[in-house]
Ligand binder design. Structure first.
Ligand SMILES: CC(=O)N[C@H]1[C@@H](OP(=O)(O)OP(=O)(O)OC[C@H]2O[C@@H](n3ccc(=O)[nH]c3=O)[C@H](O)[C@@H]2O)O[C@H](CO)[C@@H](O)[C@@H]1O
Length: 341
């Protein structure tokens, strides 16, 4: 059996889900190990695509200091043994890591047992755990590296179905990423009334912590916005949007690309190695979208970009950056390499 491991935020989990769906299409249900922290349980507890799901109390190491770091390492070390037992008991023949701290115990357990490990890196700058484990992995998949064995980002087909021709801004999407983004919400407060006066409709994914405040804001200004914390049908929201203002989490940038939505990216400035900035650069280096660092993203600068967004040109050019079937290509690769034990 194959094990998929990793999680924490939607960015990692959406890859686990895309790979799981590609396995399911072949009549295979993989095993999943994630964490009790982060969003793993919300996404996958009882999820029928997996044969088994196990959630262990793993914690990030990189963002801890002093004793916290030692404790997080100790927890991973203890769970390594739990994972070794699980991997043996369930006859795991391959492990695919989608990264994040949740991936550490099962990936390390696989390496100590001589089980082949494969890594999918979502970001343009490799994460700490993935950098550490990369030399031991059988393959390392990245959409940003020329020598990656497969380059197609595993975006779910439903996001390609959200593609349509776009040439004018009638509906704008504010997209914060799986947890929402306070800065994007603050920006929306500054410019939504202006856009509303121009007859532009607003869709706004604002995250759980600010949902009430954002709903109050739109009600107070008489703006009939589609505002929500997190949507399970984000592809439908993307289909409705003509242009987006978004963080540059890896899932977001590639899903917006699949849907052909010209986007102004405002990367989360504290992401490890500033990886969101580099994710966005993949597109803006080709003149396919806008990029403003958070400190540059004043309401004036954002409105100026919107006024001259080259919607039609970008919408027509984005499909050349990505093809459907990225998850299936990875699964086909893994199935070819699976040991026959
Ligand atoms: C703050 C932070 O550290 N964010 C990181 C996190 O982002 P985050 O978790 O925000 O990740 P992404 O933008 O990569 O992906 C979000 C995923 O959640 C889904 N979604 C989002 C909103 C919604 O309403 N419904 C929904 O289903 C999207 O379809 C997407 O698949 O992981 C990414 C991938 O490693 C990184 O690039 C980001 O830097």
């Amino acid at each position: 059996m194959t094990l998929i491991t990793g999680g924490g935020t939607g960015g990692h989990l959406s890859i686990a889900k895309a790979l799981c769906e590609a396995y399911n299409a072949r009549g295979i249900r993989p095993f999943y190990i994630g964490s009790t922290n982060g969003q793993d349980k919300t996404w996958f507890e009882g999820y029928p695509g997996f044969k088994n799901t196990v959630f262990l109390p793993s914690k990030g190491v990189v963002n801890q200091r002093g004793l916290g770091k030692v404790l997080a390492l100790w927890i991973i070390f203890k769970q390594l043994f739990t994972c070794r037992a699980l991997l043996k008991r369930h006859n795991i023949l391959q492990v695919v890591s989608v990264g994040g701290y949740a991936a550490a115990p099962a990936t390390l357990a696989a390496l100590t047992l001589g089980i082949p490990v494969y890594i999918h890196e979502q970001n343009a700058i490799t994460g700490k755990l993935n950098s550490l484990l990369r030399p031991f992995a059988k393959a390392f998949f990245s959409s940003y590296e020329a020598h990656s064995p497969l380059k197609n980002y595993p975006v779910a087909t439903r996001f390609f179905e959200a593609y349509r021709a776009r040439d004018t801004l009638k509906t704008l999407l504010f997209l914060g990423g799986s947890q929402g983004a306070r800065f994007i919400n603050q920006l929306a407060r500054a410019i939504a009334p202006i856009l509303h006066n121009q007859g532009i409709r607003i869709i706004h994914q604002c995250g759980k912590s600010e949902l009430e405040a954002m709903m109050d804001f739109y009600a107070k200004h008489g703006i009939d916005a589609d505002v929500f914390a997190f949507s399970n049908v984000l592809h439908d929201k993307l289909h409705e949007a003509d242009v987006a203002i978004a963080r540059a989490g890896a899932g977001s940038v590639w899903e917006l690309c699949a849907a052909g939505i010209p986007t102004l990216f405002i990367p989360f400035p504290y992401a490890a190695g500033n990886h969101q900035y580099h994710n966005a650069k993949t597109f803006t280096n080709q003149n396919l979208g806008g990029l403003l660092r958070q400190e540059e993203a004043t309401p004036q600068a954002v409105l100026a970009w919107l006024e001259n967004a080259h919607i039609k040109r970008i919408n027509l050019a984005l499909p050349a950056c990505l093809s459907k079937g990225g998850a299936d290509e990875i699964v086909a690769w893994l199935e070819r390499e699976k040991p026959s034990r």
